[in-house]
Ligand binder design. Structure first.
Ligand code: IMP
Ligand code: MG
Length: 333
């Protein structure tokens, strides 16, 4: 490793949480730092049959040997953060940058009325209005928030200090490339850029320190909220294929479409992807559930993977074959 980034290649919900949890488990990650927008993201991972969701902490939260950091560019909802620290017994290993913006009730209220809620279909978690206040230079920062004062630390310094010690650092982005305020289908996007470059800026590290940018693609596409989705399937067809999913933050039913190679190609370029992960292969090919050895995949599923690899000119280094963190074919060298 030393310093890798995990980002989403489509519209969020690609399975970043599971990939991060797997890497943390396998690679002795010393520090996991979350970039991205804030609690509008829900990252899910399954360990020993139990499902966990994080909206503020990195998906490394379960691993007691990993320090958990939230970068300066991320918005913090103190109520959600404190709850997660308690759930994961993460007191003493959670660090919030003093420059994180703080979401207040008023931001949540604004996010749940008219244009944002009805037209854009935001998650209603207050992130857009809070980022707007930040641009107006009137948002409160974590350094002014008494509820989380015990967790403040300079996250950029922490990352550089771990890298100096040759410790592994993992940076976790949120949402997906095509929800980027700059590169997605505006206005049906989130409130900031969410590509790998922004994740670097969020946590306070320049691009030259990054070793790998892992772009996560799901084997089919889902999108929640408004905005175009090429080759979108109807509700019935989505159900027939077993692709129906529900938003982990909002519970809304997700829309779906088949894998889109052109979007994947562009996502690799936008993020500077050095490798990619392909998740939920078992949803397309149930016979692949739980497989961890590439040679044991069925022929049609191999064909699916290899066609994508050929088009992208990269190997699928990590392939997800089930909800459990360990259900991964790991083809890294
Ligand atoms: P916001 O980020 O809550 O402002 O919502 C803007 C758009 O991004 C809406 O279409 C949301 O459904 C979508 N969105 C935001 N966060 C996520 C996420 O973590 N997964 C999937 N969609 C998201
Ligand atoms: Mg999600």
């Amino acid at each position: 490793m030393p310093c890798n980034i995990v980002v989403g290649g489509f519209f969020g919900d690609e399975g970043k949480g599971k990939i991060v949890a797997y890497l943390v488990k396998m690679d002795n990650v010393r520090l996991a730092a979350r970039g991205g927008v804030g609690p509008n993201a829900g990252h899910t991972f399954n360990l020993n049959g139990q499902t966990f969701k994080v909206r503020m902490l990195p998906s490394a939260a379960f691993n007691v040997n990993t320090n958990l950091a939230i970068g300066a560019g991320v918005l913090v909802d103190p109520i959600i953060l404190l709850k997660e620290i308690s759930t994961f017994h993460a007191h003493g290993r959670t660090f919030v940058d003093p420059h994180c913006g703080i979401i207040k009730e008023e931001h949540i209220r604004q996010d749940n009325i008219s244009f944002l809620k009805e037209r854009i279909g935001t998650t209603g978690t207050g992130t857009g209005p809070a980022n707007s206040d930040r641009a107006l230079r009137k948002l409160s920062l974590a350094m002014d928030c008494s509820e989380i004062k015990n967790y403040l630390n300079d996250v950029s310094c922490m990352i550089h200090s771990d890298l100096d010690k040759k410790n592994n650092v993992l940076l976790e982005g949120t949402q997906g490339t095509y929800l980027s305020l700059y590169h997605g289908g505006y206005p049906f996007v989130t409130s900031k850029d969410v590509t790998a470059s922004s994740v670097c800026a969020d946590v306070g590290i320049g691009p030259k320190y990054i070793d790998d940018v892992i772009v996560v693609f799901k084997s089919y596409i889902t999108r929640v909220g408004g905005g175009p989705l090429e080759n979108e399937l109807g509700k019935e067809e989505t159900q027939k294929r077993g692709w129906q999913e529900y938003g982990s933050v909002t519970g809304r039913e997700r829309r779906s479409s088949p894998f889109n190679i052109e979007l994947a190609k562009k996502a690799l370029r936008l993020n500077g992807g050095t490798s990619f992960a392909l998740t939920k292969l078992d949803v397309l090919f149930p016979e692949c559930a739980g497989v961890t050895d590439y040679s044991k995949l069925s022929s049609p599923s191999k064909k699916f993977v290899e066609e994508i690899e050929a088009e992208l000119g990269l190997k699928a280094e990590l392939i997800g074959t089930g909800a459990e963190v360990d259900a991964v074919i790991d083809q890294r060298h």
